[in-house]
Design a protein around this ligand. Structure first.
Ligand code: NAD
Ligand code: ZN
Length: 365
């Protein structure tokens, strides 16, 4: 097992990464202060891992609530199910919530923990690659609104993140690739050596070689932990982690939550950001090709849905949280492995980028 630390003063917490970590009492003991534990999971993950995970909490009053599965349920109605379970079992403000699942369960459970009795403790036990390399670390929690993704939420840090890499054994290939999109993101933002490593080892990652998967998770979590420690509330450098996300959120919302996976939409978004950066003169053709090839090799899409025209993108991007004073702020590449936030780009270039990365009208979305 490897343990990293997110350095946030008195709110610092460990990220444990390794095999056979589910059910380990020693890892949760230091993260729990009260006697009541509510495990939140969903109908897909609970049959696979709930009993195993529960073993760690046998010394506590442990209850569970099982949510429906899917991004389309990451909303206020589902959140209400958690509050109802907590109140029904008379959980007090010293209770601990445990998120056992992917990013959807993690985000919604974190938000329940942020708001129940004005804030209670929570532990993240992420079970998708995406959640293990990104969403479980950093304290961004929340739910979607029909009019915009992640629009209702709070910053609330967990007390611990426990990553049992064995849980990835049951994850399907499409979800594994979606997680790789966020892994690729860390390299593209600022780590050329990591991008080169990914280019060399992509086949091993797709084949789920445990050593290589563990390495990818460790590097990703370390990147995320460093960025969060430097800028917890996203007033500066943390915004770089949104590379590809303003484009991606437009696709996710535009296509209906759950149809395009978050990682898939972000993958196209990172390529669009590269293409726009090339049109602005900051990247060259070969560098954009490198981004496209890496995304393609991870079995991720390189084209947005045919129905997502420029006008639709603009409309959806205008509700994204990255809009300030009417200007869309995008994470772009000032140079290779050097992402930055900018609203200073030519809208005509943005239109060309979007139209060039849209599937043909003859193709199905
Ligand atoms: N908070 C953050 O900083 C942050 C960062 C990135 C993404 N996110 C959010 O994360 C969400 C996406 O997360 P995700 O990709 O994990 O999706 P997800 O939570 O929907 O999980 C994907 C699917 O895999 C299933 N699953 C989970 N673990 C499994 C396992 N071990 N074996 C078999 N099936 C399993 C789930 O039930 C689900 O059907 C989005 O809502 C996104 O906005 C948040
Ligand atoms: Zn993301």
């Amino acid at each position: 097992m490897k343990t990293l630390n997110v350095e946030l003063g008195e709110r610092s917490y460990p990220i444990h990464i390794g095999r056979e970590l589910l059910g380990r009492k020693d890892l949760i003991a230091e993260a729990i202060s009260g006697t009541q534990v509510m495990i939140v999971s969903n109908e897909t993950i609970a049959p696979l891992y709930l009993e195993k995970a529960r073993a760690a909490f046998s010394d506590y009053e442990c209850e569970s609530v099982i949510l429906p599965d899917g991004e389309q349920y990451k909303n206020l109605q589902t959140l209400e199910m958690i509050f109802e379970a907590l109140l029904k079992h008379r959980f007090d403000r010293h209770c601990t919530l445990v998120a056992l699942g992917g990013g959807v369960v993690g985000d919604i459970t974190g938000f329940a923990a942020a708001s129940y009795q004005r804030g209670v403790n929570f532990i993240q036990i992420p079970t998708t690659l995406l959640a293990q390399v990104d969403s479980s670390v950093g304290g961004k929690t929340g739910v979607n609104h029909a009019l915009g993704k992640n629009m209702i939420g709070a910053f609330h840090q967990p007390q611990a993140v426990i990553i049992d890499t064995d849980t990835l054994d049951t994850l399907d290939d499409r979800q594994l690739s979606a997680g790789l999109a966020e892994v690729i993101k860390y390299g593209l933002i600022q780590k050329d050596d990591f991008t080169s490593w990914l280019e060399q080892q992509m086949d091993k990652l797709l084949a789920r070689d445990p050593d290589y998967i563990a390495e990818a998770i460790e590097v990703s979590c370390q990147c995320k932990a460093d960025v969060v420690a430097a800028d917890e509330k996203e007033s500066g450098i943390r915004a770089l982690l949104n590379l590809g996300h303003t484009f991606g959120h437009a696709i996710e919302t535009g296509m209906g939550y759950g149809n395009w996976l978050h990682g898939e939409a972000v993958a196209v978004g990172m390529l669009m950001a590269a293409d726009l950066s090339m049109r602005e003169g900051w990247l060259n053709v070969a560098e954009v090709k490198r981004v496209e090839d890496l995304i393609d090799r991870a079995n991720l899409p390189t084209r947005a849905p045919a129905s997502m025209h420029y006008a639709r993108f603009l409309e959806l991007m205008a509700v994204d949280k990255k809009v300030r004073a009417g200007k869309i702020n995008l994470v772009l590449y000032r140079a290779w492995a050097d992402a930055f936030v900018s609203a200073e780009f030519d809208p005509a270039n943005l239109e060309q980028t979007i139209e060039a990365h849209r599937a043909n009208d003859s193709e199905q979305d």
